[in-house]
Unconditional design. Structure first.
Length: 264
């Protein structure tokens, strides 16, 4: 299946229903992180994925409690003091806050998220923690409202699989990146293409499964945006919790990956 076929297949999902389900689920992630979800959350997950415990100790606990990422990629991002970082689908802000530690007060970290509860929680935690270099904007990862070539690093964790237009997400990431800028992310992909019964199901999309791209198509979409992939690795330590999700992992090779790509 080509990346073009992937792009034409994905819109079959009901986008309004998908957005409603995703917003509902991640509002719960922000407000009741101790609830029952199909995925793990919190500090134990973050540390198992490879996050630095000392860095986690330096950011608000509530951001870590609502962490629902699928991999670790900040080592790939190599964020430097003074850089500008854009976090696509910033959630409750754990990755954004860690990025702010790396940029220091001379840098800038911009979070973009469509879910009000997540964005508001992240902004509150950043303010309470004294991270004045951070800001959080409402919006969609397919249309970041920022100027061309204005960002040094784009990051994202477990979010792009939720988009019904991944080629546009990558094209927009490339647009806002400066020449030589980096895209560093973690996401869910598959080894085999998903059947239409799965890829057209908004519930399974919201569960981070239905929208997962076949890994070769995912890479092709990044490269078509003018980005060169330097590192691509799997995260076998990430696991889904429900039986149905684990079944999908076995049947179609659903898995967590992280990567680094550079804008030419």
């Amino acid at each position: 299946m080509t990346s073009t076929a992937t792009a034409s297949t994905f819109p079959a999902v009901d986008r309004d229903e998908l957005e409603a389900r995703v917003k509902s689920m991640y509002r719960e992630v922000a407000e009741t992180p101790d609830g029952d979800f199909h995925f793990e959350m919190g500090r134990a997950l973050a540390e198992r994925l490879g996050y630095d415990p000392d860095a986690l100790d330096r950011i608000p606990v509530a951001a870590i409690d609502s962490f629902a990422g699928v991999g670790h990629f900040l080592d790939l991002a190599g964020i430097q003091p003074g850089e500008t970082v854009l976090d696509l689908g910033s959630g409750s802000g754990m990755d954004s806050l860690l990025a702010a530690l790396a940029t220091g007060s001379a840098g800038r970290v911009i979070g973009l998220d469509m879910t009000d509860a997540q964005r508001e929680k992240a902004a509150r935690l950043a303010h309470e923690g004294g991270f004045d270099q951070m800001e959080f904007h409402p919006g969609y990862i397919e249309a970041p409202p920022f100027p061309d070539a204005s960002v040094d690093v784009v990051i994202s964790n477990g979010v792009i699989n939720l988009s019904a237009d991944k080629p546009r997400v990558f094209a927009e990431a490339a647009r806002v990146l400066k020449p030589g800028g980096r895209l560093a992310l973690a996401d869910i992909v598959t080894e085999s293409p998903l059947p239409e019964s799965v890829s057209c199901d908004a519930t399974l999309w919201a569960a981070c499964i239905g929208g997962a791209s076949q890994q070769d198509d995912y890479r092709a979409a990044i490269e078509a945006a003018g980005l060169v992939i330097h590192t691509f690795r799997e995260h076998p330590e990430y696991r889904f919790l429900t039986e149905s999700a684990r079944g999908a992992c076995e049947k179609w090779g659903v898995k967590s990956i992280s990567l680094l790509a550079i804008k030419a």
